[in-house]
Design a protein around this ligand. Structure first.
Ligand code: AMP
Length: 284
């Protein structure tokens, strides 16, 4: 496995693979890798000839009072995980390699970003599309792999690829969970023992919502209320940021469920904000 710290090194190595006609699979990450990331690497390995993973904590997607400085980082650990999953190249640039004082273009997301995390984290998705646009131009992948864990990001990346005509096939990957259902996340290490126990209710509340839909409930607000009620009953330490039931991937408010839908939530703990969701397809 190679490690590129500069755009030039990465480009030089990729140029060689491209010459021999190999396809490139790209997995962008912010590091502190876990089994969720590993599942994306395995999928990429299955799909493409060369797998590139970026490990870059992107400053432009963090708000002024968010956790950019304290976001968990352990690059040596990341290298071990990436290597064990068969990643061919890890791209680990310095912030100055991606952003410079002479930058003069800004990107703004105009749809799918005013709800869920976009509402609680203004500008977050502008930062996400900004870094991804740069990374996509640098890596020029044939395939890009994203987790459904970050379902709003996935919906926006789909719009980014379509809007900017990137010749990239987007591959959505299932959310990987702990044995008790908690979605794996780099931020889970920030939970206290008591918070970790309680956090099992995030996925349990989503499962409850899913069961209601499976049993035939089609009123979006009733499902939202049921998920909310479960959380309110069981969360003593966490504070609910949002629970929403929206169309997917459009992320529009709906009254009645008759097409693919997302139940999504976010909860604040003392040192971590957790998100989770389920996406449910309605058979026609
Ligand atoms: P991050 O490092 O948190 O920016 O995540 C990098 C990629 O890994 C994103 O596409 C995430 O959606 C994906 N990812 C993070 N956690 C999980 C998980 N538990 N299951 C599947 N994919 C995940």
């Amino acid at each position: 496995m190679k490690v590129a710290y500069t755009v030039k090194d990465l480009r030089d190595w990729l140029a060689e693979s491209k010459k021999s006609g190999g396809t490139i699979g790209f997995v962008p990450t912010m590091g502190y890798l876990h089994d969720g990331h590993a599942s994306l690497f395995y999928k990429a390995k299955e799909t493409a000839d060369i797998v590139v993973a970026s490990v870059f904590v992107n400053p432009t997607q963090f708000g002024p009072n968010e956790d950019f400085e304290t976001y968990p980082r352990d690059f040596e650990h990341d290298l071990r995980i990436a290597e064990s999953c068969g990643v061919d190249i890890v791209f680990h640039p310095d912030v100055s390699e991606i952003y410079s004082d002479s930058d003069m273009i800004q990107l703004k997301v105009t749809d799918r970003a005013d709800v869920l995390c976009g509402k609680s984290r203004p500008g977050h998705f502008d930062g996400v599309v900004t870094v991804l646009t740069r990374l996509f131009h640098i890596v020029q992948p044939d395939y890009a792999f994203f987790g459904k864990k970050d379902a709003q990001q996935l919906a926006i990346v789909q719009g980014l690829i379509q809007t900017l005509h990137f010749p990239i096939r987007l591959i959505p990957c299932e959310t990987v969970r702990e044995a008790d259902g908690l979605a794996k996340s780099s931020r889970n290490v920030r939970l206290s023992v008591e918070e970790r126990k309680e956090a099992v209710h995030l996925y349990q509340s989503l499962t409850l919502g899913r069961h209601l839909i499976e049993k035939g409930e089609r009123d979006a607000e009733r499902i939202r209320q049921a998920v909310m009620a479960h959380l309110e009953e069981h969360l003593k330490l966490g504070r609910i940021d949002y629970v929403e039931v929206l169309s997917y991937p459009q992320l529009k408010v709906i009254e009645s469920i008759n097409d693919t839908v997302i139940i999504a939530l976010a909860v604040f703990y003392a040192n971590a904000r957790l998100i989770d969701n389920v996406i449910i397809e309605i058979p026609s």
